[in-house]
Design a protein around this ligand. Structure first.
Ligand SMILES: *[C@@H]1O[C@H](CO)[C@@H](O)[C@H](O)[C@H]1NC(C)=O
Ligand SMILES: *[C@@H]1O[C@H](CO)[C@@H](O)[C@H](O)[C@H]1NC(C)=O
Ligand SMILES: *[C@@H]1O[C@H](CO)[C@@H](O)[C@H](O)[C@H]1NC(C)=O
Ligand SMILES: *[C@@H]1O[C@H](CO)[C@@H](O)[C@H](O)[C@H]1NC(C)=O
Ligand SMILES: *[C@@H]1O[C@H](CO)[C@@H](O)[C@H](O)[C@H]1NC(C)=O
Ligand SMILES: *[C@@H]1O[C@H](CO)[C@@H](O)[C@H](O)[C@H]1NC(C)=O
Ligand SMILES: *[C@@H]1O[C@H](CO)[C@@H](O)[C@H](O)[C@H]1NC(C)=O
Ligand SMILES: *[C@@H]1O[C@H](CO)[C@@H](O)[C@H](O)[C@H]1NC(C)=O
Ligand SMILES: *[C@@H]1O[C@H](CO)[C@@H](O)[C@H](O)[C@H]1NC(C)=O
Ligand SMILES: *[C@@H]1O[C@H](CO)[C@@H](O)[C@H](O)[C@H]1NC(C)=O
Ligand SMILES: *[C@@H]1O[C@H](CO)[C@@H](O)[C@H](O)[C@H]1NC(C)=O
Ligand SMILES: CC(=O)N[C@H]1CO[C@H](CO)[C@@H](O)[C@@H]1O
Length: 628
């Protein structure tokens, strides 16, 4: 990347074509448009207790005081869940009641939603819809409604972070409401992200975006293509005028619903490039955004910064006297734009000849300026500058290059959920990765997370993950064609390890292996993707296996049973026999994996699987992003 001045210059050139038209933010109460100056970070007076960097040795004080509220609220949710999910000869609701007084005995549940563009967002949406007790019929027999309400954490990465934003920035809305919303500005998936929303000319769309991005540059911050991408995405997911430029990610922590512990905690994951390197590998540092903080548990950073004050020039863990505090850097769209920064490349590859020249200038100008290696970065002021209570490899850098959370091939955001401080018992891992040539998952993400966890003296830093087999075994044994549990036998690992319930994208009612770069879905395709995933996580409402909802209940309770020395109910043992990977491997090279949907559950006539015409990418670009 070039110097700040050349980037400012590019933005300056762009500003020549900008008609400044300030639209007021729509006043929509939920997460808050509380940035001081729209998209531009701004110097503000520091609070009396000046913000500081903290060590990652423990949970934040915020999380520690929020958890008891949340965990307590999950008690009733789990009792309700076990009101419709029956475990034969076992009183599961009574069991939850019995352990409700003990945070250590109570099950601690998490959900993770992979990256993979709209395909992943919609697959995640179908899972969340099935897990949400507010969805109609989701609490009938064989269904999984209430799992969302029972969860402590929910994490998203890249396309999965778009889902986190769609739900959490919009007042913990339901998938039903997002699907039903025809008047609002959330989820305009049928409108091209490149051309902008209905009711706004493409010219004014780009003028607005250029205006917003230019304001950030003028305030003294590096801008990259990620900023433009983030603004474009915001028009798709934030239900407010002009993509809600004033919404911050830290405002999620102020949502009364969240404050009271009525929702799980949303977590977003991104990767950090090592100084001077452009490659993201398995030992790259991983970053998490919680509603309160930005930072990493890895030994390379091992610290967290207050999200609200990101953009401030911390030095040695403090903001020195005389240096201003900054707010507004943690723009909500910039957060999920960072997590999905890989899609920048999409912009630079798009045939922009049909767009207004302001758009072409905006996209090609920055692309040229940044150079091929840096097209996908998001530029962050390094809050860990001169902070040395860690391995120190970033301590000399004033700037951090943050990139898409899936670039380390750990495309499911398991990282925040396997931190020992969080004590998660079970992770429902929704995987819509495009690992195979035809965009199906084959376990690659789990394999990479497992391998990273084996580097116990280095980057793993106390994390533990259940053993998983190689991808050939996944395909040969069909572990990616149905839910599979990993780590059932907790005594197989030396440290506490969550049970992982792997939920791979699989065709139930349609070929849901859409291209990652399909960034436009008509309403029926969108709804079919969601329904396909609803059926995937519920195994067709437990018609593919009548015990499935019971087995999910068993997975939720498994670690808790161990801690309380409870005899495992027979039906659970039989679930574990069916769904737990038993250590078998078959690593011979399989034939190409090409599942097709079971015609007995399908009315093919209802399905339209037309690729969206306006966004067809070249094969070469798709190939680069095969696993995301
Ligand atoms: C946000 O959601 C909560 C609970 O679901 C509801 O009580 C509240 O009215 C909602 N706020 C707005 C502004 O819609
Ligand atoms: C725990 O939740 C119940 C409702 O489920 C509520 O009545 C009680 O006050 C809560 N206790 C605490 C300590 O928050
Ligand atoms: C809910 O179940 C009822 C009764 O089985 C059915 O008529 C209705 O269509 C279902 N609703 C949805 C959204 O599936
Ligand atoms: C989006 O905002 C509009 C107007 O405030 C509101 O009617 C609609 O319910 C919102 N949609 C969602 C999904 O929150
Ligand atoms: C802008 O990026 C350059 C190159 O990475 C870096 O040296 C500089 O510190 C950055 N400036 C700001 C304000 O982030
Ligand atoms: C990551 O691994 C590569 C190759 O194994 C090594 O060259 C590099 O120094 C490592 N980086 C860090 C930060 O450990
Ligand atoms: C680094 O921080 C220390 C205090 O922790 C301070 O004394 C020193 O001046 C700082 N170094 C730089 C280069 O700012
Ligand atoms: C904001 O504060 C920083 C550090 O205190 C200072 O260098 C910068 O000039 C200030 N920016 C503005 C626009 O005042
Ligand atoms: C699984 O996906 C990885 C990553 O894209 C790929 O390299 C590998 O060939 C795939 N293996 C199988 C058996 O599908
Ligand atoms: C499962 O239930 C949902 C919601 O009730 C329904 O829309 C869907 O069609 C059902 N799936 C199957 C395969 O019956
Ligand atoms: C148990 O652990 C060993 C060593 O880590 C591993 O090779 C094996 O696959 C694990 N078995 C199961 C069933 O997870
Ligand atoms: C469990 C563990 O190994 N924790 C280490 C993580 O990294 C920090 C920073 O290097 C160490 O201080 C911890 O001991």
């Amino acid at each position: 990347m070039h110097s700040l001045s050349s980037i400012v210059l590019v933005a300056g050139l762009l500003s020549g074509t900008i008609a400044s038209s300030a639209h007021p933010d729509a006043v929509v109460p939920r997460a808050y448009p509380n940035a001081p100056d729209g998209y531009a970070p701004e110097n503000v007076t520091c609070p009396e207790n000046r913000p500081t960097i903290r060590s990652a040795a423990k949970l934040s004080a915020n999380e520690s005081s929020w958890l008891p509220l949340r965990r307590n609220n999950t008690v009733q949710a789990m009792k309700d869940f076990f009101g419709h999910v029956n475990i034969s000869n076992f009183d599961a609701a009574g069991y939850i009641n019995k352990v409700s007084g003990s945070a250590t005995d109570l099950p601690n549940i998490a959900i993770a939603v992979s990256g993979g563009g709209y395909r992943a967002m919609l697959t995640g949406a179908g899972a969340v819809k099935a897990f949400d007790s507010r969805t109609s019929n989701s609490t009938s027999s064989g269904q999984l409604g209430g799992l969302l309400q029972s969860a402590t954490y929910i994490a998203g990465l890249s396309g999965g972070s778009w889902l986190m934003a769609s739900i959490f920035v919009n007042n913990f809305t339901t998938i039903d409401a997002l699907q039903a919303d025809t008047t609002g500005q959330a989820w305009q998936l049928d409108q091209s992200i490149v051309e902008g929303p209905k009711g706004m000319s493409t010219l004014s769309y780009y003028n607005t975006i250029a205006d917003q991005v230019h304001a950030k540059s003028k305030a003294g911050y590096n801008i990259t293509i990620t900023d433009i991408w983030a603004r474009m995405l915001s028009f798709q997911f934030i239900n407010a005028t002009d993509g809600g430029p004033s919404y911050t990610w830290s405002s999620l922590a102020l949502d009364p619903n969240f404050v009271k512990g009525n929702t799980p905690m949303p977590l977003v994951v991104a990767d950090l490039r090592n100084p001077g390197e452009t490659i993201i590998g398995s030992n790259s540092t991983i970053l998490e955004f919680s509603p309160w903080e930005f930072g990493s548990w890895d030994p390379t950073v091992y610290a967290f910064a207050p999200l609200q004050y990101l953009g401030s020039r911390f030095n040695g863990g403090v903001i020195p006297q005389g240096v201003s505090c900054v707010r507004g850097f943690d723009n909500a769209g910039f957060t999920f734009g960072t997590s999905s920064s890989l899609f920048n490349e999409f912009l630079t590859e798009y045939n922009i000849s049909s767009l207004p020249s302001v758009a072409a200038g905006l996209l090609t100008g920055l692309a040229k300026d940044l150079g091929k290696n840096d097209e996908d970065i998001a530029s962050y002021i390094n809050p860990f500058y001169n902070y040395t209570a860690n391995d120190g490899i970033f301590a000399n850098d004033k700037n951090l290059n943050v990139v898409d959370g899936g670039l380390d091939l750990q495309n499911i955001p398991l990282y925040p959920l396997i931190q020992p401080e969080r004590n998660v018992d079970v992770i429902f891992a929704v995987d819509a990765s495009a690992d195979t040539d035809n965009h199906w998952p084959n376990g690659t993400s789990l394999v990479n997370t497992y391998e990273r966890s084996l580097n116990t003296s280095g980057i793993a830093n106390g994390t533990s993950f259940p053993a998983v087999p190689d991808q050939n075994t996944f395909v040969n044994l069909g572990l990616n064609t149905r839910p599979t549990f990993f780590g059932c036998n907790s005594s197989n690992t030396t440290h506490p390890t969550p049970l992982v319930v792997y939920l791979p994208n699989y065709p139930y009612i349609m070929d849901s292996n859409k291209s990652t770069f399909d960034l436009q879905y008509n309403t029926s395709d969108r709804d079919n993707m969601i329904l396909n995933s609803y059926d995937m996580v519920t195994m067709a409402n437990s018609t593919r296996d009548k015990n499935w909802s019971t087995c999910v209940g068993c997975a939720m309770l498994s670690r808790s049973f161990e801690r309380t020395n409870t005899t495992v109910p027979d039906v659970c043992n039989s679930c574990f026999k069916t769904y737990c990977w038993d250590g078998t491997r078959n690593s011979t090279t399989p034939v190409a994996y090409a599942p097709s949907f079971n015609s007995t559950t399908v009315n093919a006539g209802l399905l339209s699987s037309q690729p969206s015409a306006s966004l067809v990418l070249t094969l070469s670009v798709a190939a680069i992003f095969l696993s995301l």
